[in-house]
Design a protein around this ligand. Structure first.
Ligand SMILES: [Zn+2]
Length: 119
């Protein structure tokens, strides 16, 4: 059984959009060389890649390489240095940095949007 608790529906019109652990998602198939999962939302009948909504969505690098790349950036390596260390082009590093930045911003907005509970 796949653990899908970290995923949520990516369809903005779905009643369960952006909410994790609601049990609305199932794996409807696996695809591609890396057997990525295609998720299906029972609430709105949308299908989407498990990578949608993450910085790794629609990118061509193997996950390990992408993660290494982001780690180098997070460690404060420059674009040029990261490209050399990971063995990819500068353009690739820039693209990943931009994607990860956007995602971090969204995640930040989501996390700070939680209101404290009244005691
Ligand atoms: Zn949905």
């Amino acid at each position: 059984m796949d653990d899908l608790s970290a995923f949520c529906c990516q369809n903005p019109d779905c009643p369960d959009s952006g909410q994790r652990g609601k049990g609305n998602l199932t794996v409807c198939m696996r695809y591609g060389r890396h057997q990525r999962r295609l998720l299906y939302c029972k609430s709105c009948k949308a299908r989407f890649s498990e990578r949608k909504g993450t910085p790794l969505f629609d990118t061509r690098l193997p996950k390990d390489k992408a993660v290494t790349l982001l780690e180098h950036l997070a460690d404060g390596c420059g674009v040029r240095q990261t490209a050399r260390l990971v063995g990819v082009s500068k353009d690739t590093v820039v693209r990943y940095a931009a994607l990860a930045g956007e995602h971090a911003q969204e995640l930040h907005d989501e996390l700070v949007a939680f209101s404290p509970q009244d005691s």
